[in-house]
Design a protein around this ligand. Structure first.
Ligand code: AHR
Length: 657
């Protein structure tokens, strides 16, 4: 069987400095007469969830943890000195009622103040500027009051300082810009009462001025830029399990995440306690990065937004008791939330929710086309809950594409039950999740080749290759196996309309789940090899599928350790061939373009490869370029593309017409 694909044992010199060895040549055909199905613009995208401190402490650029003193442990994240008191009488923001009063400590040589530890410290960049803001008022005094705001490093040295006058007896927002004199990854923010009276403070905030797109309630620039650089076509948010909630009270409720940031109520983050061996009691959601900001980010990145909403089922992993869920008869407010969200995104400024969006600064609609109902749901209760959503959404918004779930696994009882149910309910896409060993990804490169073409389309909404032997590191093996598997997603782009790696972000000092696509600390970030694989696909997705076959007309799905697919790109007028060679030997691959016109000429365009002889190699924050894509070459002889694929490599090769 093996021999069938080998054409000749040719002696050839390997490129890239490898020694002379005999190489096998493998021949594929690319039939240029058969331009296949359109590839959706949404094909490759991003899935974001606030896990691993991905939002607060991560993408959301706020540096202060528990900025409104409304964590259940109201002083979590804060150190206090002198005379301080947390109060909640007549608060400026009713949904975050706590505030802090700082009073004269009673002796000239004593001090009152507060200090915030940030998210595993605060990152300050040398000479960068930061916007400190606080809602404050003077208390029981007509004298103007003053605070001194300081950046502190771990040696307790002051590396930035400014004063701010609090001159109003009513709550007002005050702000001042500070410059960091030194770079510091583990800094702190200290606030002294620098006058003799008393003040009340709330919503104490610190942002870099240099955020993504320069927005005040903005995103960390390096992280948001890394997302944009993928060129995602779809952006799924806000989760993941946090959509569901450990109980329904703590589910993600989008209406609590819009409007003035000061009045978005703090919610617990379930990842604070999901894994007791990675326990993070200070993990809460400020919702400063809420649905409005998610829509904005989608727009900035050029990706279609895909919000996912609770279907009234609390996390089924955590709740066997049916009473944890909303009975179908009581689903009306949940369904209304979905309808209102569509109005918030798309409604005219004269509509109730369209006006809310306009008042937040975006009168133009966000042009929402997709909505997910439920995350990893299962059992009969899921279709029962989903059905009324589908009915009501279809009635009011017939063009809205609805995404249903196939449960938490790639196969098995729930999966086999849910797919027919999703067909019955006529959802538009079915979300599949698979976190599996590299070998599973290799073996499943043909997973979609025989899927039913008449049912809903596939959304591979969460997937990642988990190399358990290395503690699930983001090593090259995981990336290569994903690259090989993704040739199957691409080949089946007629029914696979979206795919998103998961999870997206992880703080190196505060992660719950690995592997993750991008790792960061408070100053730096590192793109994993998995990131680059996603990027290579997204940047070379093409507009139409093409068939790339072995001589026996079979697809290239792992025979001889080769995986390959091809697309046509209308805009660039080129074919793009992708080849993963997962074996330990270099291999010659010849791709013959068939059905071409007699006088047609073809040239090789940009070719890029990601490779490594060591499958266990990883990128780190200190060595972020161990594995990065590199330019490579291929040779066009008439209508034959000759590629010398290196062992353990994934390459993208363009043929220009
Ligand atoms: O991506 C991490 C988690 O994996 C998601 O929250 C959930 O949907 C899945 O179980």
């Amino acid at each position: 069987m093996k021999k069938m694909y080998k054409v000749l044992g040719l002696a050839s010199l390997l490129a890239f400095g490898q020694s002379a060895v005999a190489q096998q040549t493998y021949e594929f055909t690319l039939d240029t007469k058969k331009v296949g199905s359109p590839i959706q613009s949404t094909m490759y995208g991003l899935f974001f969830e606030d896990i691993n401190f991905g939002a607060d402490g991560g993408l959301y650029a706020e540096l202060v943890k528990n900025r409104s003193f409304d964590f259940p442990q109201e002083l979590m994240g804060w150190y206090t000195f002198g005379k301080v008191e947390v109060r909640k009488d007549n608060p400026p923001f009713d949904k975050n009622p706590n505030y802090m009063v700082l009073s004269n400590p009673g002796h000239e040589h004593k001090h009152t103040g507060i200090e915030n530890e940030g998210f595993r410290g605060m990152g300050f960049k040398k000479d960068a500027t930061y916007r400190f803001s606080v809602w404050a008022k003077k208390v029981n005094t007509t004298e103007d009051q003053k605070i001194r705001v300081e950046f502190i490093n771990p040696k307790d040295e002051i590396i930035g300082s400014q004063e701010l006058v609090i001159n109003s007896s009513d709550w007002q927002k005050h702000q001042v810009i500070l410059t960091a004199k030194e770079a510091e990854e583990k800094g702190r923010l200290r606030i002294f009462l620098a006058s003799k009276g008393a003040i009340a403070v709330d919503h104490v905030s610190l942002f870099p001025t240099d955020t993504y797109k320069g927005r005040e309630n903005g995103l960390r620039k390096d992280l948001a830029q890394a997302l944009t650089d993928i060129t995602p076509g779809i952006f799924r948010f806000p989760g993941g399990c946090i959509v569901e909630g450990t109980d329904l009270d703590t589910r993600y409720d989008w209406k609590k995440t819009i409007g003035p940031v000061e009045n978005r109520p703090v919610n617990e983050n379930r990842w604070h306690y999901t894994f007791p061996h990675r326990f993070f009691p200070d993990y809460y959601q400020s919702y400063g990065l809420g649905f409005y900001e998610y829509f904005l980010l989608s727009e900035d990145m050029g990706a279609e937004p895909l919000p996912v909403l609770s279907c009234g089922l609390a996390c089924q992993f955590q709740n066997e008791d049916q009473h944890a869920h909303v009975p179908v008869s009581d689903l009306a407010p949940y369904i209304q939330d979905a309808l209102d969200l569509i109005e918030f995104a798309n409604g005219p400024v004269t509509s109730t929710w369209g006006k809310v969006r306009a008042d937040m600064g975006h009168p133009e609609p966000f042009n929402l086309k997709f909505i997910g109902i439920g995350n990893e749901q299962w059992g009969e209760e899921y279709p029962e809950h989903l059905a009324p959503f589908v009915k009501e959404i279809r009635a009011k918004y017939p063009d809205m594409k609805i995404v249903g779930s196939s449960g938490p696994s790639a196969d098995g009882k729930q999966f086999d039950y849910l797919w027919p149910e999703m067909k019955r309910l006529k959802v538009d896409l079915v979300d599949e999740h698979y976190y599996k060993e590299p070998d599973w990804f290799y073996k499943n490169a043909a997973r979609y080749d025989n899927y039913d073409r008449k049912g809903p389309a596939v959304f591979a909404g969460e997937y990642a290759s988990h190399d358990h032997s290395t503690g699930k590191q983001n090593n090259f093996l995981s990336a290569l196996s994903e690259a090989a598997f993704m040739t199957g997603l691409e080949r089946n782009a007629d029914i696979v309309h979206m795919c998103t790696y998961a999870p997206l972000f992880a703080h190196v000092d505060a992660w719950q789940w690995c592997p993750d696509m991008i790792w960061f600390d408070n100053l730096r970030m590192m793109k994993t090899p998995n990131y680059y694989v996603q990027q290579l696909y997204a940047q070379n997705k093409g507009t139409n599928t093409m068939t790339l076959l072995w001589p026996d007309k079979k697809a290239v799905t792992g025979q001889e350790s080769l995986y390959a697919s091809a697309v046509y790109d209308k805009g660039q007028n080129c074919y793009i061939v992708k080849v993963a060679n997962t074996g330990t030997e270099a291999k010659n691959v010849k791709v013959t373009l068939t059905g071409t016109k007699k006088n047609a000429t073809f040239t090789v365009g940009d070719c890029i490869v990601i490779k490594n002889n060591n499958l266990k190699v990883i990128n780190t924050l200190d060595t972020p370029t161990n594995i990065i894509p590199e330019k490579t070459t291929a040779v066009m002889e008439g209508n034959i593309l000759n590629i010398q694929t290196q062992s353990q490599s994934f390459g993208v090769y363009k043929i220009k017409l």
